[in-house]
Design a protein around this ligand. Structure first.
Ligand code: ZN
Length: 429
């Protein structure tokens, strides 16, 4: 599937970070994006584009914003049914709520239903690219790949690997983890816009032998994404210290297994030391910042500005549902602002938007294809409408009185949610 073949021109207020001009931003009030066959042909002034692409199908969105499809760099689709499970910190929350919810994915029909619902929700929230955890069951990853393929979403996912520290019925082994991962990878990696991710849940649920086996697997597939959790919560860090004596720190546990590299996406990184941040940067690895989750579980706050100052380190935004409280990147960005404000280095609207688009694409290593509205990239677009009656009255009232783009962008991140997403164009459809 390559998306719609008809040449289309979408008119509106184009707002996008640019990869061709690092740190740059395009803001065209009377703008247009032209695309065909699922790929962006041109972005620019509406009059110019309409002249150049005569005969194209025209969609006029007036003063609504056209922004890149959002990138969710860290989310657990099997946890969508247990979102908003309160009261506990990470390790107890996993045992009490998460593992029972994930156990239900032994049933393929359950996985199928949830994967269908989850992928629909991504589209409704404007998310066109996501790096997703399945469960330990290979069928759970298979179900997500199927539904992502049918909806042509850019999904990177993998079966979770864990061989200890969880109920027996949720455990695999070092060898079965590798065999099941390879089978899924060979079946789905590179099919349409799908990619496989080697997915150890986190160090406390993988033995040394399993991490080493997954490191060997990663070495056989040097361009494949690796995703796991890192330095989220202080009790978790202490558990890792007990389980892996002789390692320098949490990052070193993954490093020794060969799992710290480009396209290794580490969820959270809240409590990383300077050494760990620099090591991740040196390896050109990535951190997925998951602020609603960090607040919800009381894990702490990740310093985005500090991390972005580390050479080589990529930073994206993750909803981390079900510890995160919303699939909406707008809601997650509101929390990212609050975390940045608490840490004394507040992010502005432009930097926030970048985090949820091009920043996420860079973190996942897919920035040549998505993350910004530029020639040759996938036609993944979100029409953002903070002015329409579907939004809260307070958001509409706030943006009615706004005088600058920055004011409106910031307001929609602080006050908006999926209701502000008027339309999501997925690979031109
Ligand atoms: Zn997570």
């Amino acid at each position: 599937m390559t998306g719609g073949t008809r040449m289309t021109v979408v008119l509106g207020h184009v707002v996008t970070p640019t990869a061709s001009d690092p740190g740059g931003f395009l803001d065209i009030a009377s703008g247009a994006v032209a695309y065909a066959d699922g790929t962006i042909l041109d972005v620019g002034d509406a009059t110019d584009i309409l002249t150049r692409y005569r005969g194209a199908l025209v969609e006029d969105h007036g003063d609504r914003f056209i922004v890149p499809g959002f990138v969710d760099a860290h989310v657990h689709y099997p946890q969508i049914g247990m979102i908003a499970s309160p009261g506990l910190e990470l390790l107890d929350w996993l045992e009490r709520f998460t593992f029972p919810a994930e156990a239900r994915f032994a049933d393929d029909s359950h996985a199928d239903r949830v994967a269908d619902f989850f992928t629909d929700q991504l589209v409704d929230n404007g998310v066109t690219t996501a790096c997703v955890y399945a469960t330990v069951h290979p069928g759970s990853a298979d179900a997500l790949f199927r539904h992502a393929r049918a909806k042509n979403l850019r999904i990177i996912t993998g079966k979770v690997c864990m061989d200890r520290g969880a109920p027996d019925h949720l455990l695999d082994t070092p060898s079965s983890a590798v065999e099941d991962s390879v089978a899924l990878l060979e079946k789905w990696h590179g099919v349409g816009r799908l990619e496989y991710a080697i997915t150890p849940r986190f160090a406390p649920t993988s033995s040394d032998a399993q991490l080493a086996a997954l490191g060997e697997l990663a070495a056989s597939y040097p361009d494949v994404v690796v995703q796991t959790h890192l330095s989220e919560n202080t009790a978790e860090i202490e558990r890792v210290r007990m389980l892996f004596p002789g390692t320098r720190d949490y990052t070193d546990v993954y490093d020794r297994a060969g799992l710290v590299r480009r396209r290794a996406v580490f969820g959270h990184g809240v409590h990383l030391s300077e050494r760990e941040l620099r090591r991740l940067g040196q390896a050109e690895a990535s951190v997925a910042h998951c602020p609603t989750s960090n607040f919800f579980l009381g894990s702490g706050m990740f310093g985005v500005a500090r991390a972005q100052s580390i050479e080589g380190l990529r930073v994206g935004l993750g909803s981390d549902v079900g510890a995160g409280t919303s699939l909406s990147p707008l809601v997650t960005l509101g929390a990212a602002y609050q975390a940045s404000r608490m840490l004394g280095a507040p992010l502005d609207g432009g930097r926030l938007l970048r985090l949820a688009t091009l920043g996420g694409a860079e973190a996942l290593g897919v920035d040549e294809s998505v993350g910004s509205l530029e020639h040759g990239k996938d036609a993944d677009l979100v029409i953002l409408d903070p002015f329409g009656p579907q939004n809260s009255a307070v958001l509409r009232h706030r943006v009615d009185g706004a005088e600058t783009l920055e004011e409106v962008l910031f307001a929609v991140m602080m006050l908006g949610d999926e209701r502000a997403v008027a339309r999501t164009v997925v690979a031109g459809v």
